[in-house]
Ligand binder design. Structure first.
Ligand SMILES: [Zn+2]
Length: 588
């Protein structure tokens, strides 16, 4: 394979958090354009990674990489540049500010480095299908550190520094890189090597427990999609885990994932484990791993190929994110990593979370998927009142569809059959297959369950996916082994529900972040940004707020607030609406 494009990555300035990147184009066009991606696949928001480029220079070079003469760079737009060349090799040198600790961009300090190539590597337009080389140069301040990446190595020197290759720009940006001091867990699932590396975990992890649980989850996913062959769409898989104080999230890739979790989410040797937090962590691992099939392989046509300079709209994120959210926890109970009781509790929580906001009655999950770029990903104080989560409702659509299919087929088929058909038609172990069209899910349903289910599916889709009707949970559970039971809320939880405002602690005062439609707070005039001072003349603190609310739940409340540093007195009307929470319990 010949490589017309080479990148040299030098994470050598931790003081200023700057990574220098040289791009060599051996055969540039006479008018050559270069472009930084505006977004990273999997995170549907325009981020304009070019904003972190702090310097940029271009040169004509000779065969030995010696700089011959500078070339003028012309800006075309905020992310695109143009150079005029003599069709001789050129080098473009940029410095990129890297201090984004999320999984989506690039980060460099004295201890570690993490990056996605979409934050560091310019695309050579019209040559993005060309294979490229990446030379990762060991910086002096990280000497002794290791490199972890799923990128294909070509010639490595030591501890992972050296040269890697990618068949195209699309492949290049799908393999993030971690440099640091790692704790590691390694295992094989159906013979496929898996590794999880942790940076930032200061105590010794319980690697035995992690290995056992992760082995069970990854085996379950592989066997789910390929029950007979047990083959996977990747030759090896890597989990990058950045252990932080308080952050949480993940981003999926074709043969790896980048995760960020809280210190307390992980199990440590000889220490008490916070089981609910650890289950959240395993759920995150399960979710991102499931994406290796569902969204990295089975894709909407809208993502084939990804257009990195603009929003790529699809109305199917309820399928790619929602169904993945349904299976992430379901596979935990199926692989016996969590108990059935824990699973039902988590599923009940999802139902309660879905029912807690009015956005579900105004926006369909299809529309929420389409508008993810400007709504779900750009949340503000009104989001709960206007937007439905395609994760939360999408996972409940999967649950509802699963129950409907099981009922319709007298328990002979389930949503698993739909997912496997989706995999066979639109996914592949070898070369990429055509993605699913915006209206293509109906064909998958017909193939998997049969044409006689289509009337049920069409009505279901119209009401709950394209429409905003509430999912009929009680009815859905009717002919199954479980029921949805209404439970009373505690006095304090009921008072909080009736009040209907979310708060955070700010400068020792409770600050309203969101006012939920229908609550007494909104009816009494409370707005986002208000600082809560006292209730019926009694001072409000973070610790007594809910107690005060429940104490005064049977009467109008006088609330004093600061708004724009002015004092206001508001009357919050009493509210006798009943609220319940739902719990899935076995039918007796
Ligand atoms: Zn996801």
């Amino acid at each position: 394979m010949s490589f017309g494009i080479e990148y040299f990555i030098k994470p050598n300035d931790p003081v200023n958090h700057l990574i220098e990147v040289d791009l060599i184009i051996w055969q540039p066009q006479s008018v050559q354009q270069l472009q930084m991606p505006s977004w990273i696949p999997g995170s549907y928001m325009i981020r304009d990674f070019s904003k972190h480029i702090t310097s940029m220079h271009a040169y004509e070079i000779n065969e030995k990489h010696h700089l011959i003469s500078p070339i003028q760079l012309q800006s075309i737009d905020s992310n695109t540049w143009e150079i005029r060349t003599r069709k001789k090799p050129v080098l473009i040198r940029i410095k990129v500010y890297a201090f984004d600790a999320s999984v989506r961009a690039a980060f460099l300090d004295w201890e570690r480095c993490f990056y996605n190539h979409s934050s560091l590597c310019l695309q050579v337009l019209n040559q993005t299908q060309q294979p490229c080389l990446v030379h990762l140069i060991e910086p002096p301040h990280l000497s002794g550190c290791e490199v972890a990446s799923s990128l294909t190595p070509l010639t490595l020197k030591k501890r992972g520094f050296g040269t890697y290759q990618a068949e195209s720009y699309d492949e290049l940006i799908d393999h993030p890189v971690s440099i640091g001091t790692f704790q590691k867990v390694t295992w094989r699932s159906f013979g496929i090597p898996h590794q999880m590396i942790f940076v930032g975990a200061v105590q010794n992890l319980d690697t035995e427990r992690l290995e056992k649980d992760l082995h069970a989850i990854t085996q379950a996913h592989i066997a789910f999609f390929e029950p007979s062959s047990h083959k996977s769409p990747f030759a090896k898989y890597l989990f990058h885990v950045c252990v932080s104080a308080n952050a949480y999230g993940g981003l999926e890739h074709r043969s790896s994932t980048a995760l960020i979790c809280k210190r307390r989410d992980l199990p440590y040797a000889n220490q008490h484990v916070d089981e609910p937090s650890y289950t959240d962590f395993l759920g995150l691992c399960s979710h991102e791993y499931f994406h290796a099939w569902n969204v990295k392989n089975i894709q909407p046509i809208a993502f084939q190929p990804y257009r990195l300079n603009e929003r790529n709209h699809t109305s199917l994120l309820w399928l790619f994110e929602g169904f993945t959210s349904y299976y992430d926890d379901l596979q935990l109970v199926r692989s016996q990593v969590i108990s059935l009781e824990t699973y039902l509790e988590r599923l009940s929580d999802t139902i309660n979370r879905y029912l807690a906001t009015k956005g579900r009655l105004k926006q369909s999950v299809a529309q929420s998927s389409f508008d993810a770029w400007t709504k779900y990903y750009l949340m503000d104080e009104n989001t709960p009142n206007a937007v439905v989560s395609y994760y939360v409702k999408g996972s409940l659509i999967a649950l509802a569809l699963d129950l409907r299919i099981r009922e319709f087929t007298a328990q002979t088929k389930s949503l698993d059959d739909v997912m496997r058909t989706l995999w066979q038609v639109h996914g592949s172990l070898d070369e990429a297959k055509q993605g699913i069209a915006e209206n293509g899910f109906q064909d998958i349903i017909r193939l998997a369950i049969g044409a006689d289910f289509l009337t049920t599916w069409n009505a279901f889709e119209k009401r709950y996916i394209q429409g905003t009707e509430d999912l009929p949970f009680t009815e859905l559970f009717e002919n199954h082994r479980y029921i949805l039971e209404a439970q009373d809320l505690s006095k304090s939880a009921l008072a909080e529900k009736r009040f209907g405002a979310r708060t955070v602690l700010s400068d020792h005062l409770l600050k309203v972040t969101q006012v939920l439609e229908g609550g007494s707070a909104g009816r009494g005039g409370v707005a986002a940004g208000d600082l809560l001072l006292c209730m019926n003349r009694e001072r409000i603190t973070a610790s007594n707020f809910h107690e005060l609310l429940s104490h005064h739940s049977e009467e109008d409340i006088t609330l004093h607030i600061f708004r724009q540093d002015l004092l206001y007195s508001l009357i919050i009307p009493k509210d006798h609406r009943m609220h319940t929470k739902w719990k899935i319990v076995p039918r007796v």
